[in-house]
Design a binder for this molecule. Structure first.
Ligand code: ADP
Ligand code: MG
Length: 400
């Protein structure tokens, strides 16, 4: 009920809502004299119908709360207006079921709480004021009815809880599938680009090597050629590294790596290259956190993540890095108080060339995601615009 993007969704919604409204109107018109009771009943129908009809246009939390409150009000009003209709009590038990349709946890709890408050008042009224005059069917076994009501709420809670768990599982699965799809495209893209660039480079490199041996060249010209060859070698090396993203397990050594040492090395490296500006890195690592990974790739992973954290932080802001052992895993967190990201931005992370920086490549995180996946780890981003970002990584712990 939360998404009305498709026309079909809206069509079904309005069909169901029309049916509900027709049933409500039938309940009002059939065998009901026109008096003040009729008027109150009518007003309640107008309010609840209004909420249901305009909900798709203002699909927000406020509207959802309004709908739940008005439906609760509607059922309790019916219960008090028509004491002779004992089935009104059954409807009261089902009130929170209404909010299940919105798949909103807080809304469901809110609905449960107001239903408890209303029913406590109602049972109190019947027990001490009414004393079975209007509600004999409840008064004669008040305790039994209270127990039945409680049981119905517990049942609804379980239905909601299980449905919610299932939906969450499906959401995680869907995100994993999307991520896998991104990785596949990335791999193909990397291979294609690398291949296209590598060939011309090899040709140019070959010619340069041929010329460099020409005895007619002066010493300084030869030096220039050597320089060009060196630069081309570097470019080729970068491409090979890039290719390793698409063919991840090509002969890299897996070591037993101490996270503390890796993080110290990376901090030093970032310092050395002047990437920290005035920023500081606050390391807090538990002893003996070992993981089985390739240490170069692992450093590459942290360089990318820590660089992003620094780039997002204000000048002289600090980035906190912690590593702890949690239930057979090492949990590493990189925390910054920088510009943060919206939910939409977080979803796009890892997409090749996705970058919001003027000089960004948008490849850093794609490589990080690959490395994390390769070593059976997980990576998770918690971020809020303007507040900062926490990247949480988990890797299986290795005994020393
Ligand atoms: P690049 O750093 O070259 O832009 P990345 O793949 O490393 O590419 O990052 C992609 C984008 O994700 C960045 O441009 C930035 O907008 C966003 N991002 C990554 N990490 C953070 C962070 N810690 N805080 C805010 N934004 C971030
Ligand atoms: Mg980056």
């Amino acid at each position: 009920m939360k998404e009305f993007n498709g026309r079909l969704h809206k069509k079904y919604y309005y069909m169901i809502v029309s049916l509900i409204i027709v049933l409500m109107i039938a309940g009002l018109l059939v065998d009901n004299p026109v008096n003040s009771r009729f008027a109150v009943h009518g007003v309640m129908i107008v309010i609840i119908s209004g909420c249901l009809l305009i909900y798709p246009w203002y699909e927000n939390a406020w509207m959802r709360y309004m709908t739940v409150i008005s439906s609760t009000g509607y059922f309790y009003t019916l219960f008090y207006l028509y004491p002779e209709t004992w089935s009104g009590f059954i409807l009261l038990c089902f009130i929170p079921a209404f909010s299940i349709l919105f798949f909103d946890k807080r809304l469901f709890y809110f609905s449960l709480v107001i239903n408890f408050a209303f029913i406590a008042f109602t049972f109190g009224y019947i027990g001490f004021v009414d004393k079975g005059q209007d509600y004999p069917y409840i008064y004669t076994d008040l305790v039994g009815n209270v127990v039945n009501f409680l049981a119905s709420q517990v049942l609804l809670y379980f239905i909601f809880h299980l449905t919610n768990l299932r939906i969450q599982k499906q959401r995680v699965y869907y995100e994993q599938v999307q991520q896998a799809e991104r990785m596949r495209t990335t791999g193909q893209l990397a291979a294609a680009v690398a291949h296209e660039i590598r060939n011309p480079l090899t040709v140019v490199n070959g010619f340069l090597q041929f010329y460099v041996e020409n005895p007619a060249l002066s010493q300084s010209q030869k030096q220039n050629f050597s320089l060009m060859i060196n630069e081309l070698d570097t470019a080729e090396h970068v491409i090979s590294q890039f290719l390793s993203v698409s063919k991840p397990d090509q002969g890299e050594k897996v070591d037993n790596v101490d996270i503390e040492l890796v993080l110290q090395d990376v901090t030093e490296l970032l310092n050395m290259y002047g990437l920290l500006n005035d920023n500081g890195i606050d390391l807090n690592v538990e002893k003996d956190c070992h993981v089985a990974v390739n240490s170069i790739e692992f450093k590459q992973l942290f360089i990318n993540l820590m660089k992003n954290a620094i780039e997002a932080s204000p000048h002289s802001g600090s980035v906190k890095v912690t590593a702890t052992k949690v239930k057979g895993h090492v949990c590493i967190r990189i925390i910054d108080n920088g510009r943060g990201m919206s939910q939409e931005e977080v979803k796009n992370l890892g997409t090749p060339f996705y970058s919001l920086k003027s000089k960004g490549t948008g490849l850093g995180l794609m490589i990080c995601f690959n490395i994390v996946e390769k070593y059976k780890g997980t990576i998770h981003f918690d971020s809020e615009t303007g507040k900062g970002t926490t990247v949480t990584l988990r890797f299986p712990l290795v005994d020393v």
